[in-house]
Write a protein that binds this ligand. Sequence first.
Ligand SMILES: Cc1ncc(COP(=O)(O)O)c(C=O)c1O
Length: 457
Amino acid sequence: MTTVTDHSPSPAAQPFTGDSRSIYRLVLDVRRGEIPAHASAPAIAHRTLAGLLDERSRRLLPSAADSVFAREPLSAGHGRPTVPFLPKARLLGPEEQRTAVECFARALAAGELTSGPAVTEFEQALAEFLGLPHAVATSSGTDALIIALRAVGVGPDDEVIMPANSFAATENAVFACGAVPVLVDVDPERHTLEPALVEAAITPRTRAVLPVHLYGRLADAAGVHRVAREHGLRVVEDACQAIGVTGVGQYSDATVLSFNPYKNFGLTGKAGAVLTSDGELHACMESLAYHGFAPGEKNVKADVWGLNAKIDNSTATVAMGLLPGLTLNNYRRAFLAHRYIDALADLGAVRQLSLPAFTDDHAWHLFPVRATAGEAARDRLRAHLHSAGVETDIYYPVLTHHQRTPLREKLFAGVSLPCTEELNTTVFHLPLHNGLSVTEQDRVIEAVRDAVHTTVC
Ligand SMILES: Cc1ncc(COP(=O)(O)O)c(C=O)c1O
């Protein structure tokens, strides 16, 4: 992680390390009354951040603009929303696109497209970023989850305790090992596994616990870890949405990340990684990720089988070019999240919209809000926002135990998760991405305020 001298406005501030806790402090400092009247908050944010980032990261700051935030104007007409939820053409900013093209061209010219030196370089950089000794960079977060679960010993008919409110990849990785997901309810504020309920769900068949840091907020990882250790279980963290969060990787056997283009650290295609502090697990994961080959040996197998799931060298080259911009992007998201919370806080008082708390354990991958009056109220709010040109989304509209799949009756009949189910019918997401401009966000804020005041909830 980027570590530089602290130049942030607060004299009491601690060194800026680029993880969620230091970004949280920086956002609060910048947003506190230390912003001179003549300057806009984004401009101050830009100057402050420029002083904190190291040289490589600074290169990914917008060069001509005076703001750290995108300058995207509101798009008008032609049936397009004024503020799209996640515009594909802006997944990478202009500087990032230039960097990605240069990096890919280098890998292409060298002919190092699948294997090559950038893979190891990227793994080392990731390990340093998370403060863990070992990383295996993979072709996706999904593959990394399968590899991690297999490596900690999950196999046919084992049970893995996990939440029901995640991307399908989480449960699919369990199924890919021949194991069975055991679904447990979540904490209403964090939306993540409740350790006491994890403990209550343990059976003699339980092999591992799989917490998900949903929307970028850290699950009670320490609590889950304590329960797992007491019962001799392994922990694999699904941190696919939570890169950069303080504490990720500290309370598990293996930590899984995703770098698909929609993530905080999104690349030019699918990619992921699994990290661990356990040398034996690392060797096992390396072999599982590449045909069961012995580490460092060409076409010599040490294991019965393995996947073809290592990251491509071309993607790793792009990753090395973009990694210095991760802190900047996480800062952008945290700053915008704080701005939403500030501007919409009073709507909670009329008991219609419940906002997330601004906390230091969050990567702000998504910005979830809850229509406290229920599902119909949520639908009316979303419809109103839609007609105002603001696109919203519901991530994971169908919970694991409600998916209409052949095994549903056998595995999940009778499963009841009151909190998860209540959140599932009331939560929706406002636009929040690396390239969201302040102008766009102002339009969202205005539309949400209008929707809440004119919608009969
Ligand atoms: C919570 C969660 N788990 C797993 C994944 C799978 O990652 P990938 O898309 O890289 O396979 C994702 C990303 O889509 C995710 O959000």
